[in-house]
Design a protein around this ligand. Sequence first.
Ligand SMILES: Cc1cc2nc3c(=O)[nH]c(=O)nc-3n(C[C@H](O)[C@H](O)[C@H](O)COP(=O)(O)OP(=O)(O)OC[C@H]3O[C@@H](n4cnc5c(N)ncnc54)[C@H](O)[C@@H]3O)c2cc1C
Ligand code: FES
Length: 261
Amino acid sequence: MVEQTVQIVSNQRDTDLYFRLVVRAPQIAPLVQPGQFVHLRILPLKHALLRRPFSIFQVSGDTLSILYKSVGQGTEVLSQMPPGDELSMIGPLGHGFTVPAAGGETPLLVAGGYGMAALYLLAQRSPQKGIVFVGGRRRVDILCEEEFRALGWEVRATTEDGSHGEKGLVTHALQTELGRRAPGRKLFACGPTPMLKAVGQLAAEFNLPAELSLDEHMACGIGVCLTCVVPIQTGDGWEYQRTCTEGPVFDSRQVAWEEAK
Ligand SMILES: Cc1cc2nc3c(=O)[nH]c(=O)nc-3n(C[C@H](O)[C@H](O)[C@H](O)COP(=O)(O)OP(=O)(O)OC[C@H]3O[C@@H](n4cnc5c(N)ncnc54)[C@H](O)[C@@H]3O)c2cc1C
Ligand code: FES
């Protein structure tokens, strides 16, 4: 884990409220594993000391990028920062995904909205190709479809309003696919909590391994404040673990949703 001041290389709108930010981060970029995140202090945000967590989307040489949605004060200010401006970054943070082994289980990736960002490096570094299920409310919520195809993955898009791909929830498309064939597959998911719960239920129903990247509010991002704890099964019981250090990726069989706050 490194803290460094990074310089913005580009910061451009992708679709609607989604933006891509590329920064030069020579101390952090080479260390990144799929599913890890960075914690950003948005320096022009004068009265907000808290950093914001973002999955590391892509890495190239000494640069890394994030794919973010403008949802509030911090991301709104971030979306207006031009190339050359500086940010304070801590990273890479957290425990990421297990990269599938060559000849092992076929990976099925499941993403909701900006959850795509956490899964791209996994797809890129996996020697085993599979299917990416990407879902969102509308066409504009479907991100980087072509980039996953360019990596050699099959992409299945779903939108709730039917404006792109199949109409419905991404987990329905996953369920249909697992109904056709489930053995020998492993699920990897990142997205909103209801989607993650549904993926976890499907994994249990079809007796498949699954890794889920949880989206919990974070304050310190480095294991100190306990804002981000989630109940995780250990042996006969459960204990709170920190999403920022033990996670954000957990084995779906261990997440004790029924004990959640
Ligand atoms: C491990 C991790 C990885 C993440 N990766 C990405 C990513 O790749 N791209 C991306 O766009 N966002 C990502 N997020 C969410 C991102 O951190 C929040 O959207 C951001 O902190 C909001 O900051 P803000 O100041 O704009 O919003 P605020 O003004 O702080 O809040 C605006 C709204 O966003 C909600 N919000 C704040 N934090 C979260 C959160 N963690 N999850 C869901 N809703 C939240 C608030 O409840 C509020 O409704 C990630 C979160 C975590 C924990
Ligand atoms: S955010 Fe502080 S312990 Fe996880």
